[in-house]
Design a binder for this molecule. Structure first.
Ligand code: NAD
Length: 334
């Protein structure tokens, strides 16, 4: 049966990298019917917003989307398009795997971890105000509902993917009430999953350990702000933005997208690395239950990386975006 998927090409480099991902996914063996809808900076003149309602409706209807990056216009009074999208669709879990890939030079060889970040609250609730001229205050919200939901999501993911350990990251020694509540919820949920090891780690120690021995970590679950920082750190361990995929997942919909932004200075040059988007597509295939197709795409990617010929500039090569995608398809068909 064909899967209907919303495709948002996005701004800047978005159209090039989503075209590359579409080409690879179309060759994967999974039957996908793409519903292409435009969002971002380019639709503002027509709709007065970067995120028109019909885009949200398309994702609600299809429940799955592959999305290119969207530019948040500065100084026009728009909220971040990406944050709005996550809130509108209640995409409460941000999932960012970081896995060592062959042929990509990094300091570490055996990284294979998944950062699960709470996406809806913490300091990102955006409740801030100035207190007089020389002070400002930001309110950190943590609820039992969101904390339990995200930790349960992490354990379910661990179980599904045959992972051995979940590490809950917090700063409850200082923020005893907010992070303390998160930790309390994490302990309660962990007790329901005796088959998966559970450990707790203070966020600063986590950062140090991740750069010392990242191979010791498996699934990491944490609050919004720490998750934001740790997932970039994790991307850096395996080769940076060009190879960092992500997903924002809720109960009603899931949006798959690269971690990087629209990189406007590279737009239209057929130059940037499409792997982050293609790897997001692999996550999407797994979400759709298309395991063989996902494996086929991974074989294509690994084939290209091992051969080392069709690599984009950030991986030390000079291939175009479209050449790398074509090479991946060729390897998938071998
Ligand atoms: P960026 O990630 O777009 O680019 C930073 C730099 O990283 C680029 O100049 C480039 O050198 C490198 N880079 C990024 N993607 C690459 C790729 N695929 N291959 C090779 N190199 C790559 O970050 P930015 O410049 O801070 O943001 C630009 C715009 O993107 C902003 O408007 C921002 O709001 C938006 N943004 C959107 C998303 C999203 O849609 N999820 C995420 C982050 C930023």
């Amino acid at each position: 049966m064909a899967h209907r998927v919303t495709l948002i090409p996005g701004d800047g480099i978005g159209p090039e990298i989503t075209a590359a991902a579409r080409q690879v996914l179309d060759a994967s063996g999974a039957e996908i019917e793409w519903e292409v809808v435009e969002a971002g900076e380019k639709v503002i003149p027509e709709y007065g917003t970067p995120l028109p309602e019909h885009v949200l409706d398309s994702i609600r209807r299809n429940r799955v989307a592959l999305k290119g990056p969207l530019t948040t216009p500065i100084g026009h009074g728009f909220r971040s398009v990406n944050v709005t999208l996550r809130q509108e669709l209640d995409l409460y879990a941000c999932v960012r795997p970081a896995k060592t890939l062959p042929g990509i030079k990094t300091r570490f060889d055996h990284v294979d971890l998944i950062v699960v970040r709470e996406n809806t609250e913490d300091l990102y609730a955006g409740i801030e105000h100035r207190v007089g001229k020389n002070a400002a205050e930001s309110i950190k919200i943590v609820t039992r509902e969101a904390s339990t939901r995200i930790v349960r999501f992490a354990f379910e993911l661990a179980r599904r993917e045959g992972r051995r350990k979940v590490t809950a990251v917090h700063k409850a020694n200082i923020m005893k009430l907010t992070d303390g509540l998160f930790l309390e919820c994490a302990r309660e949920v962990a007790a329901e999953y005796p088959d998966i090891a559970f450990e707790e780690m203070i966020v600063d120690a986590m950062c140090m350990k991740l750069v010392q021995s990242p191979e010791n970590y498996d699934v990491i679950v944490t609050l919004n702000l720490y998750g934001d920082i740790i997932s970039d750190l994790a991307a850096g361990l395996v080769g940076g933005l060009g190879v960092a995929p992500g997903a924002n997942i809720g109960d009603e919909a899931a949006v798959f997208e690269p971690v990087h932004g629209s990189a406007p200075k590279h737009a239209g040059q057929d130059k940037v690395n499409p792997l982050a988007t293609i790897l997001s597509g692999v996550m999407m295939l797994k979400h759709l239950g298309e395991m063989e197709a996902a494996e086929r795409v991974m074989r294509g990617i690994i084939g290209v990386l091992q051969e080392g010929k069709a690599l984009t500039y950030d991986l030390g090569g000079s291939a175009r975006t479209s050449e790398m995608a074509a090479a991946i398809v060729a390897h998938m068909q071998k």
